[in-house]
Design a protein around this ligand. Structure first.
Ligand SMILES: [Zn+2]
Length: 244
């Protein structure tokens, strides 16, 4: 038996009474669990297997098995704020789906767990706000070893950058004035450069939906380039449908 604190990323009905859970735990990383009987009324697991919730779990773990067995679960965070707010839920679902699709390596990854929890907590407490998503994307890239170079030149390393540097995703970030000539890509508007630079710490200011989506597009493009997969995130069109 193993104890783990885990966020439920997705659940799929199994048979008449059970769920298969895809979860991400602080202690074990990505795990798939059979929650037997959890859909029965009065199941002791009910309430602790909600998508996007955080639960304390007791898992019957057999090494080498793809699907582990959830023995006990207690809800630690039910995130009532998300239940009342569709846009916040959509933002949280984007973060959960990125972890589900891209953080698949076995073993603990406390950094990824921490930033996922931060983002879900932020959406739950404060509703949807684009900088929470940008912060998640920036820190997720960093945790996976794919940090975008925003405070130095991605090519030569100098910190002497123009306020409107060239952004080159093939070089992995901003380029200084000299290195910018290596790329045919356009200069980034100043406020976009500021938003990307501040993403990790939480960008300030008010952003239109169009600006927000453009900044997110840069982060997603960068993320997918490095992950070497181009997962079709179902939650992205959902967020774009419901966001203000
Ligand atoms: Zn340079």
């Amino acid at each position: 038996m193993v104890n783990a604190r885990a966020v439920i990323l997705r659940r799929i009905p199994f048979g008449d009474t059970s769920w298969i859970l895809h979860a991400f735990s602080a202690e074990e990383g990505a795990i798939s669990l059979m929650a037997r009987g959890a859909r029965r009324t009065g199941s002791p697991l009910a309430g602790a297997v909600e998508p996007l919730g955080l639960s304390e779990m007791v898992i019957s773990m057999k090494p080498g098995r793809d699907l582990q067995t959830l023995s006990q679960a207690t809800a630690l965070e039910q995130r009532d704020g998300l239940r009342r707010d569709l846009v916040a839920t959509a933002g949280a679902m984007v973060c959960a789906e990125i972890v589900l699709r891209l953080a698949r390596e076995p073993g603990a990854h406390p950094g990824v767990f921490g930033i996922l929890e931060d983002a879900l907590f932020g959406f739950d407490q404060g509703g949807f706000c684009p900088p929470i998503l940008w912060r998640f994307l920036a820190r997720f890239c960093e945790e996976m070893g794919w940090a975008l170079a925003v405070d130095h030149c991605a090519h030569c390393g100098t910190e002497d950058l123009a306020p409107n540097p060239v952004l080159s995703l093939s070089f992995g970030g901003f380029l200084c004035r000299a290195c910018g000539t290596l790329s045919h890509e356009p200069h980034l508007p100043v406020d976009f450069a500021v938003a990307l630079r501040q993403s990790r710490a939480g960008a300030q200011g008010r952003w239109s939906r169009q600006e927000s989506e453009r900044i997110e597009e840069i982060w997603f493009e960068h993320l997918f380039r490095h992950s070497q997969t181009r997962p079709k995130l179902e939650s992205r069109p959902f967020l774009s449908e419901v966001r203000p």
